[in-house]
Design a binder for this molecule. Sequence first.
Ligand code: PRP
Length: 177
Amino acid sequence: MSSQPKLRILYTRAEIEAKVDKLAGKIRRDYLGKHPILICVLKGSFMFTADLIRRLNFPLEIEFVQLSSYGRDRESSGKIKVVQPLHSPIEGRDVLVIEDIVDTGTTIAFLLNYLRDKKPASLKLCALTDKPSRRKVPVTIDYLGFTVSDKFIVGYGLDWDEKFRYLPDICVLEGED
Ligand code: PRP
């Protein structure tokens, strides 16, 4: 890739906001009165989680885990590391995991197994984006924002080599070889 990658907007901040609103509406209906624990998967889903929670606006708890598989590469290494484990018990709780992207599915499948072992009452997944054409491990996404084709996307929390997370829009990183 060239040293000056080009960015093309795929989803504008307004489109993202409308999608987050819609997802929040569904989640609110399903979880109202249940006091769920939302688990933000760092780092990619920090912006999505923050926006979603503000729209949910009902009593819930928030926890963070950090996993890592990509490093500096564009392909998942397939070896998942728990960088920051879950510190609070989730046994008997309704748990909703918030992810920015499901690509091969390796990371989220690993995380869901890790969480399932902790015996939550229920365990669901909300993902902002999904790349089904890349899937290697089957994953059920209970709440999905956007289905995207096999392009490398950045912005709204998503990075390439820690760059572009700050962008308010979701962009395609062009100039790929
Ligand atoms: C990204 C993303 C997902 C995962 C998806 O995380 O946030 O967790 O990759 O890829 P997969 O479905 O092929 O496993 P990354 O390891 O890049 O960490 P980050 O969230 O800190 O950017």
